[in-house]
Write a protein that binds this ligand. Structure first.
Ligand SMILES: Nc1ncnc2c1ncn2[C@@H]1O[C@H](COP(=O)(O)OP(=O)(O)O)[C@@H](O)[C@H]1O
Ligand SMILES: [Mg+2]
Length: 447
């Protein structure tokens, strides 16, 4: 038996602290036998998981996952040993079932997310209230984490957070300790998103539509996200990804009559058709789409969109809000908007403003504070994405403070350049090779 001080020093090693932090919980709270009804629930979860694993394996064997050689092989995943090595562990967030920490892999410096069961979350607490068995309730929640890991491992889409590894101890009866290692993202902040440029908000909606199109046609069938909320998504390198996949269904409900295929939301109710195979065909896809409409599109899509695109966006909102569109039509409508936007076809070519500007080559701009505009890509001044110098000229002419602008080499995700609009001539440095466009009227004054 080591001396108490030695034991303390041993426990204080970063690796052990990490494992303890991730798996912390009242492990030995109850050695009592599991209540029968909890055993039945556990058996149901185990069966659901086995069915999902079998479907994923069958899909892989049949080559149903075309974009990847095969679902991520177990050998490519990090294991329990990685968990012992991670450093800089800190809390990221929690939901009703899971708790998420961030950690760094020392070998590559890469940051990952670690998901484990949230002892204090509603899911486990409610179960403990009901069955009085913390260990069994932990196991019940752990099945959700396992289901999520199977889905993340077998589905292959940029809109789904990637599984990087997992550490299971299925034998630790009754709890079953599970930790999954995932691509790290940042939780969605709707308030911040509302203040970002339309182009960035459009990208989030487009990422979501591409994901929903994939889910509607996934190798495992049409997948519905049952707990669809913005907090189930994170941003990874500027792209939207779903991270919470423990509450999904790959089956569409069976039916006898159309009446059995009712889709209810707090503000709307839809009656869908009972299909030939006595299933509510398309109900999963439609449920996802309506949720995308109510949680994302209504907030992010219409505001400050280019004028000419607004009728198209309104049509998308109407068509998803009353379920006239499926995932396919929605995706096509988004692609049309993207095309019009990227090609500059949305610009109304009535007046030409560029003739009111003189172009001088061989300048660059100091990173200095200047007048602000909304929603700027730069916190010190007014930086907006434009199609070409003509559009930049029309913007500069509409800002009373603007005296000149530069088309910078920076590009947005659509490939459009960012233009910097300024009022101070002292911000211009006569070196480099950028072109500055100066208002002709400014020549008489400040130059
Ligand atoms: N990969 C990740 N990167 C960063 N944060 C994440 C990640 N996954 C989840 N989170 C955060 O942790 C929270 C809880 O995770 P989630 O899987 O949604 O758990 P629950 O099933 O309990 O809702 C999320 O709302 C999100 O804020
Ligand atoms: Mg969640």
């Amino acid at each position: 038996m080591p001396a108490p001080e030695a034991l303390l020093a041993w426990l204080a090693t970063p690796a052990l602290l990490t494992v303890a932090l991730v798996l912390s919980g009242p492990w030995r709270l109850s050695d009592s036998p599991l209540p029968r009804s909890l055993v039945r629930e556990l058996e149901r979860r185990q069966q659901d998981l086995s069915r999902l694993e079998a479907a994923a394996d069958a899909g892989a064997r049949a080559g149903a996952f075309p974009r990847r050689r095969a679902p991520l092989a177990a050998a490519d995943l990090l294991g329990c040993s990685a968990l012992k090595e991670v450093t800089s562990v800190s809390f990221v967030g929690s939901g009703i079932t899971k708790r998420v920490l961030r950690a760094t892999l020392p070998s590559s410096g890469e940051e990952i997310a670690l998901k484990s069961v949230h002892w204090a979350g509603n899911d486990v607490s409610r179960c403990v209230q009901r069955y009085g068995h913390p260990g069994g309730c932990y196991r019940l929640a752990a099945y959700k984490l396992l289901q999520e890991a199977v889905l993340m491992q077998s589905l292959d889409h940029p809109g789904i957070v990637k599984l990087r590894g997992r550490c299971y101890d299925r034998s630790s009866a009754p709890e079953m300790k599970v930790v999954t290692m995932l691509e790290l993202g940042t939780p969605l902040e709707m308030i911040n998103l509302l203040q970002t440029p339309w182009e960035e908000r459009f990208k989030i909606c487009l990422d979501l539509v591409e994901l929903l199109y994939y889910l509607a046609n996934s190798p495992l069938g049409s997948i519905v996200l049952l707990d669809f909320q913005t907090r189930q998504f994170v941003m990874v390198n500027g792209s939207l990804k779903v991270t919470d996949l423990d509450d999904v269904s790959t089956k569409e409900p069976s039916c006898q009559l159309d009446h059995d295929c009712t889709l209810e939301f707090p503000t709307k109710r839809f009656s869908l058709r009972c299909g030939m195979h006595k299933r509510c065909e398309g109900i999963n896809e439609k449920k996802n789409l309506f949720n995308a409409y109510r949680y994302f599109f209504t907030y992010l899509l219409p505001h400050t969109a280019p004028l000419v695109l607004q009728p198209l966006l309104k049509d998308i909102l109407n068509a998803t809000g009353n379920l006239r569109f499926g995932a396919n039509e929605t995706l096509r409508a988004f692609q049309k908007v993207l095309h019009l936007y990227k090609s500059g076809l949305y610009l109304q070519k009535k007046t030409t403003y560029l003739k009111d500007y003189v172009a001088l080559k061989g300048f660059q701009s100091r990173d200095a504070e200047d007048y602000k505009c909304w929603p700027s890509y730069h916190h010190l001044g007014c930086m907006l994405s434009v199609h070409n110098p003509e559009e930049a000229a029309s913007i500069c002419s509409s800002h009373p403070q603007c005296q000149h602008f530069i088309i910078t080499p920076r590009r947005t995700w659509t490939g459009r350049p960012l233009a910097l609009f300024q009022s101070n001539f002292s911000d211009l440095i006569p070196e480099g090779n950028m072109v500055v466009y100066i208002k002709r009227s400014a020549f008489s004054g400040s130059l």
